[in-house]
Design a protein around this ligand. Structure first.
Ligand code: FE
Ligand code: FE
Ligand code: ZN
Length: 277
């Protein structure tokens, strides 16, 4: 069975997201742990989290994905921004410990002219401080498009984080189809080759989730503008190959396409129809 969901608003709490996922034919979902462009966060509601846990168990949900806010930049030049990153990730991990079916995905960060090497050092310093052995959640690094000074624009940079962080052994990767396409990986004509490269550099055992998006831009554009499934430069055929690929097809897929709920429901229906059982 295709495990698929989409990004959902967390405004009404945890259980509400699980219920919404069910209404659109999803068996997983992604949500921001807090306001994506700010830092504000509601008080943690344990009963709500446990109600979601029960719903996920009853309906056989695939792992869900918590997405750290975009403002979390572990490799900022500014110490106060790095401090926000540390506090945010620590608090998110503490909360997610109560949702065993969740993984935490984050953008490695933007090194803002300090260079990727320095960026990687700062990202690992944050992970060493907050992703301690008592935090049970699997943390995922997201593959980035490489706009601006983003770290994680190629597989080698993610590998360097895995090699350097104390918790490197426990880190996974979330592959974003729009980002890797924009980053110059030819998933349209050579998906096998891209996955072979991923395996050689990172290891396919680390690949835990797929952000399934089409892209508004050409391969290598380093732009990061998501498009609806089948309506962008990646296109329906390549996306169909992605969801059916033998090494990807069992992974959970999360749509981050420009859609409201009904658009997501349509895409989920479409993709379920294209999945070869
Ligand atoms: Fe992301
Ligand atoms: Fe993404
Ligand atoms: Zn993106």
């Amino acid at each position: 069975m295709l495990h698929i969901g989409c990004h959902l608003s967390s405004a009404k709490g945890y259980l509400a997201m699980g219920e919404t996922a069910l209404t659109i034919g999803a068996d997983t979902f992604q949500f921001f742990t807090r306001n994506p462009r700010g830092g504000s966060v509601k008080a943690f509601d344990l009963a709500d989290a446990e109600a979601l846990n029960a719903l996920m168990k009853a309906h056989d949900f695939a792992p869900i994905l918590a997405h750290a806010p975009y403002t979390l930049n572990a490799c900022a030049a500014d110490e106060s921004i790095r401090d926000f990153a540390r506090r945010t990730m620590r608090e998110d991990l503490e909360r997610l410990a109560h949702i065993p079916n969740a993984m935490l995905n984050f953008h490695p960060g933007s090194h803002v002219k300090q260079g990727a090497e320095k960026g990687i050092e700062l990202i690992c310093a944050m992970l060493d401080e907050v992703y301690t052995p008592d935090m049970p959640t699997t943390v995922l690094l997201e593959t980035m498009a490489g706009k601006g000074s983003e770290v994680g624009r190629n597989f080698e940079e993610l590998r360097a984080i895995i090699d350097t962080a104390k918790a490197g052994e426990r880190l996974g990767v979330c592959l974003d189809t729009c980002h890797v396409h924009d980053g110059g990986y030819n998933i349209i004509e050579d998906l096998d080759g891209v996955l072979t490269q991923f395996d050689k550099i990172i290891g396919l055992n680390r690949l835990r989730a797929i952000h399934l998006n089409d892209s508004k831009n050409a391969m290598g554009a380093r732009k990061d503008r998501h498009e609806k499934i089948g309506q962008g430069m990646i296109g329906m055929d390549a996306i169909t190959r992605v969801i059916n690929h033998p090494v990807l097809r069992e992974l959970p897929f999360y749509l981050e396409t420009p859609n409201e709920l009904d658009g997501y429901a349509q895409e989920i229906r479409l993709l379920r129809g294209l999945y070869k059982e």
